[in-house]
Design a protein around this ligand. Structure first.
Ligand code: ZN
Ligand code: CU
Length: 479
């Protein structure tokens, strides 16, 4: 049987968390057609893997690439890490369905400027993604804050019954058009005033469509256990799976509490469908949030609209330069972006290792000095955490970025190397793979990604960069 592509002599790690095995993979059109010993077969393109690892293309379950997959369709920060699918619309903020009459409120401004929000319906967003021909596949959640911003003049209050009804209607329409589910960002001021009941009402729309609920919880600081209860209640009442976004214990007073947090995950998982995602760093990043300003930890300013000259400096230093207390300096910088060194490394490892944890970058592609997770999250898990720190096997690391993720986000035909699945694949050198991006020089492609295949097309090689843009918009449960 002829194939379009044969990858020979690969060490196949198939995404199911089972041991690696040696073999060849044959690709025909956009699918994996055969796996095994294909020495008798031929193909137009034959790739000698030379014993390198062949894995399912990585799925970045937590991103803010909503408008970037359209504006920068080469998606270099993604594809250069071996990512073949990006899930957008996390943390309550999505580019669609959105109608903006004013500049985007914090943190919707992480996604772009007012002119970048051009998608009043989910379908119009899906069409725009398809037309842009991004290098990676794109699936999308609908953000609670985006829905609020469509119908509310004042985001610092709860929505009225009428506004909730309007939001439910819009969400329902988006689900009909293929949205994966609903995300919330309750820690942010633009959603914090919304009571649990408001989110609950929206979540009720999900189960009929097989939608999921993802949440950047109301707090990741001292009150985290209560915030988890809230998230689980929403899922339980709406009968939908819950995914806790970027699970962490933030704030110096909260370090070490992942023991309690993971015990709580276990307890909830015993009777409802839950999971979480995590990025492999002990610093977080977002817009500059005054509630998080403290001198307990280092806070690095990545951008400032008001005082751009202070971007790239530590807040402590800026406060000294301005001769102001820390909080006043922070106020003067807003709106601004920040990296907060707010976590304990042992907590990060504990969460990464947890059986229900998937890898999500939470990369911020519009930040001029982005947190290094934007370019480095996936290689860092494989290189630093698996190879060097040895916190889990390569098979487990890959499962957390492929099979588990496709299963939890309900992406059909992806996330595992098996015959009939879409040919989204990454070939990498397990001894070489390293995240190059760091806090000082955060814009840098990873080392060790040999080649990436998207829907049966060679999309990227380390030597040639982006070769093709064969990503698709993935509607919920679509092929
Ligand atoms: Zn978030
Ligand atoms: Cu996020």
């Amino acid at each position: 049987m002829p194939y379009d592509i044969i990858i020979r002599n690969a060490m196949i790690i198939d995404g199911t968390n089972t041991p690696a095995y040696a073999g060849d993979v044959g690709i025909l059109n956009d699918k994996i057609a055969a796996i095994g010993e294909l020495s008798e077969a031929h193909a137009n393109t034959e790739i000698d893997a030379q014993g390198n690892v062949l894995a399912p293309g990585f799925i970045d379950v937590h991103t803010h690439d909503d408008t970037n997959v359209i504006r920068q369709p080469e998606c270099l920060p993604k594809i250069s890490q071996g990512i073949t699918t990006t899930i957008v619309g996390n943390c309550g903020i999505s580019a669609s369905p959105a109608t903006l009459t004013m500049p985007p409120p914090d943190p919707m401004n992480l996604l772009g400027q007012q002119a970048d929000f051009q998608y009043p319906t989910f379908a119009s967003y899906a069409e725009a993604v398809t037309a842009a021909e991004p290098a990676v596949n794109v699936a999308a959640l609908v953000g609670h804050t985006t829905l609020r911003n469509n119908v509310m003049d004042d985001l610092f209050t709860g929505a009225t019954d009428e506004q909730v009804a309007q939001m439910r209607h819009t969400l329902r329409e988006a689900l009909e058009q293929g949205a994966l589910g609903l995300s919330s960002g309750l820690a942010y001021a633009s959603a914090n005033a919304s009571p649990e009941e408001e989110v609950q009402q929206l979540a009720l729309e999900l189960s009929e469509f097989g939608g999921i609920y993802t949440t950047h919880m109301r707090t990741e600081f001292e009150g985290i256990l209560g915030a988890m209860d809230e998230a689980f209640r929403v899922g339980q009442k709406a009968k939908v799976p819950v995914i806790i976004s970027h699970l962490k214990c933030a704030g110096a007073g909260n370090w070490g509490r992942t023991h309690d947090v993971l015990k709580k995950m276990d307890n909830a998982a015993a009777h409802q469908d839950i999971a979480c995602d995590c990025y492999p760093y002990s610093a977080s990043s977002s817009t500059l949030d005054l509630k998080q300003v403290t001198d307990d930890i280092d806070i690095f300013i990545t951008w400032s609209e008001t005082l751009p000259e202070y971007a790239g400096k530590m807040l402590k230093q800026i406060a000294l330069d301005m001769d102001l207390p820390l909080m006043d300096a922070a106020k003067a910088l807003q709106p601004a972006g920040a990296v907060y060194h707010c976590m304990d490394e042992a907590d990060v490892e504990r969460v990464l290792k947890y059986k229900l944890t998937m890898i999500g970058s939470d990369g911020l592609p519009n930040d001029p000095h982005p947190h290094p997770r934007l370019w480095g999250a996936f290689p860092r898990v494989l290189g630093y955490y698996s190879r060097e720190r040895n916190i889990f096997s390569l098979e487990t690391a890959i499962h957390k970025m492929t099979g588990l993720s496709a299963n939890r986000f309900r992406l059909a035909g992806r996330g595992e190397i098996k015959a009939g699945n879409f040919a989204d694949l990454v070939l990498f050198d397990k001894n070489e793979i390293t995240d190059v991006a760091d806090y000082d020089r955060p814009i840098a492609a990873a080392k060790g990604i040999v080649a990436v295949i998207v829907n049966g097309n060679i999309a990227y090689t380390e030597k040639q960069g982006v070769i093709s843009r064969a990503g698709r918009f993935l509607a919920r449960r679509s092929q």
